[in-house]
Design a protein around this ligand. Structure first.
Ligand code: SIN
Length: 276
């Protein structure tokens, strides 16, 4: 198994293995690579839904997304679907999966099923590297803050998605909610300090009002969204991506209007997050 950096500050490309037939030793090496990089890319995988599920279950326990439709293969595999007639895509802005849960998701495993001829990349950001590079004064300012993460503004009755052409394929309007987490967490496996706020779900700092929160959040987001912490993954048939939701952001580019894109996502359960 070979693990090589994907870009200077973001992700790693894993080659020389098939996720469907990993030996126990390969699984151990893969766990180490996942803890180190938090974002792994794979090419040329033969991973039909049953093997996608088997690999996910070998790695951890699965948590079901409250809002996305499941595939006909399994209630544990969520569809991230955009039909050729749809304008809006799922996950088109920077976010971290399930940060609105009390116990946020550990990771997500995304498999390409239908791809547009060009475009439809997924972009990622490395939140451990971004935290390390914050100015000391900013680290001090955010050290003891907690932030509220919600999904209501996206998936609730009046949420952004309900007014788009995605509305029909989303459920769970009555299952919206929020959770509060430390702004700087200690990553449960790597032990690194990580900035844990994201543009999709973080709505304010605990004890601050929305306007005050917005100013500092925007400053943090601008810091993360720089080339040295981000990368873009170009999907090909057989591509798989496995990211750690505790130390990355991602967003799906919506630059392929008139074509369909279908991805299968399995989300793995995490543990409660502790402050750094
Ligand atoms: C997601 O936000 O989980 C989907 C990302 C993608 O479709 O590229």
């Amino acid at each position: 198994m070979n693990v090589t950096p994907y870009s200077a500050g973001c992700g790693a490309l894993v080659s020389g293995i098939q996720l469907a037939t990993l030996s126990d030793n390969e699984m151990t090496s893969l766990r180490d690579a996942f803890a180190e990089h938090g974002l792994l890319f794979f090419r040329d995988q033969d991973l039909p839904p049953v093997e996608h599920l088997r690999f996910a279950e070998r790695f951890g326990s699965i948590v079901i997304n409250k809002f996305f439709k499941a595939t006909s293969d399994s209630s544990k595999i969520a569809e991230v679907r955009k039909e050729k007639t749809q304008q809006t895509n799922i996950g088109g802005g920077w976010h971290t999966d399930h940060s609105y849960d009390e116990i946020p998701a550990m990771g997500s495993i995304l498999v390409a099923r239908i791809l547009p001829k060009t475009g439809g990349d997924t972009e990622f950001a490395n939140l451990a590297a971004a935290y390390d590079a914050l100015p000391p004064a900013m680290k001090k300012q955010i050290a003891n803050l907690r932030a509220v993460h919600s999904n209501e503004h996206l998936y609730g009755e009046n949420g952004v998605y309900r007014h788009t052409d995605l509305a029909e394929q989303l459920g769970g309007m009555d299952r919206v909610g929020d959770a509060t987490h430390p702004v700087v967490i200690k990553h449960p496996e790597s032990g690194r300090n990580v900035l844990y706020v994201n543009p999709g779900h973080t709505i304010q700092f605990e004890g601050w009002d929305f306007a005050e929160s917005r100013v500092l959040l925007d400053e943090l987001y601008a810091h993360v969204n720089q080339p040295q912490f981000t990368c873009s993954f170009n999907w090909l048939p057989g591509s798989v991506t496995f990211w750690d939701n505790r130390c990355t952001w991602h967003q799906a580019k919506n630059d392929y209007q008139g074509e369909a894109r279908l991805m299968h996502r399995i989300t793995l359960a995490g543990t409660a997050l502790a402050a750094a």
